[in-house]
Design a protein around this ligand. Structure first.
Ligand code: 5MM
Length: 336
């Protein structure tokens, strides 16, 4: 078993998953504004520190994805954030892309940037304590989109990123996110997501990436959020498994889904069904941002000093997701 494979398994095994707390300052400002909190470095740190000191971290969170600002911050008690996270036996990770930018010659589509100087940045992040990284490609479904150009460019970037990350001794999370925005059917989402993921693996293989030392972070297969033809959770689960079976090579140890704008319960229920019906060898778990933090953020915004109330809410959510990662969640447990 390679070192990278060991790191990947430590993050996602035994019902553990990933806390995606890597919102860039722009995104975090929007999230805080929604709950009437000023987006200052101090407030961003306070909320995140409250989550990272929760007792559920040790049991259920195998890795936390951080943003550059956070990995460089220090807690009120003088601990560095990576050190705080490691003290719960959880691995610190870091988002290393610098965002999705307009793709030239394909107006309306994006390509993720951040390869320039990446090797040097990775050395710095490793020294700070990071043991895994994240890079997100974003694809839209609309008319002829995602175009071949967007699919190829993002796959190429994800592969070059992954090769550099493995060279630096860290595990790359490969996140191709096909957005749920639009009126497309789940069938179209299935076809497009399969095409996107297959292209990513073509490029990862071309770039000689060790597939046993990555984690794939895809979207679940959903109908667009403006689609009239909604599908059941059972269909989401079946289509998601079908997609991954047909597009992910067997060497990949695990899949950690993004929540992508689903509600906390919806994302949990779908993950639970996926695990109940998981007839693959892949570990299937969570790498949720919004679906782990939404209610905790709401409670925190009511009284930012009431650490316990925020942590209780977060602990509950994390426990529910972990149960779902083992196919043991039920709706009744939500109200206990
Ligand atoms: C935490 O949100 C991340 C967004 O980062 P940007 O501010 O750079 O857009 C995002 O990449 C996140 O890690 C994944 O999309 C998963 O988050 P959700 O909320 O979809 O589970």
């Amino acid at each position: 078993m390679s070192e990278l494979n060991k790191i990947a398994l430590k993050i996602i095994s035994d019902g553990k998953g990933i806390l995606a707390a890597d919102e860039s300052n722009g995104t975090m400002t929007r999230r805080l504004k929604d709950v009437n909190i000023n987006s200052t470095p101090e407030n961003r740190l306070l909320f995140r520190e409250t989550l990272f000191t929760s007792k559920s971290m040790r049991e259920y969170i195998g890795g936390v994805i951080l943003y550059d600002e956070t990995i460089n911050q220090t807690t009120s008690s003088g601990k560095s954030i990576p050190h705080l996270i490691s003290s719960s036996d959880t691995l610190p990770g870091i988002k290393v892309d610098i965002g999705a930018k307009d793709l030239a010659n394909s107006s309306g589509e994006k390509v993720t940037e951040g390869l320039d100087g990446l090797r040097e940045r990775l050395i710095k992040y490793y020294e700070l304590g990071a043991r895994f990284t994240k890079w997100r490609g974003v694809y839209i479904i609309k008319d002829k989109f995602p175009s071949k150009l967007a699919i190829n460019s993002n796959a190429h970037a994800l592969a070059r990123y992954s090769a550099l990350v493995q060279e630096s001794g860290m595990v790359p999370i490969v996140e191709p996110e096909v957005l749920m925005d639009g009126d497309h059917s789940a069938e179209i989402c299935l076809n497009k997501t399969s095409e996107v993921i297959r292209k990513c693996f073509d490029e990862l293989i071309l770039h000689k990436v060790d597939l046993s030392g990555i984690i794939l972070k895809p979207n679940m297969i959903l109908a667009g959020n403006k689609s009239k033809s909604k599908i059941s959770n059972e269909e989401v689960c079946m289509k998601t498994i079908e997609c991954l079976k047909n597009s992910v090579p067997s060497e990949v140890p695990g899949i950690a889904f993004l929540s992508g704008g689903q509600s906390e319960i919806e994302a949990t229920e779908n993950l639970n069904l996926i695990n109940k019906n998981n007839n693959t060898n892949f570990i299937m778990t969570y790498s949720f941002g919004r679906a782990l933090q939404q209610s905790a953020l709401k409670i925190w915004s009511k009284n930012t000093k009431d650490t316990l109330a925020t942590q209780n809410t977060f602990n509950h959510r994390v426990k529910m997701c972990s149960l779902a990662a083992r196919g043991k969640w039920t709706i009744e447990l939500e109200n206990k």
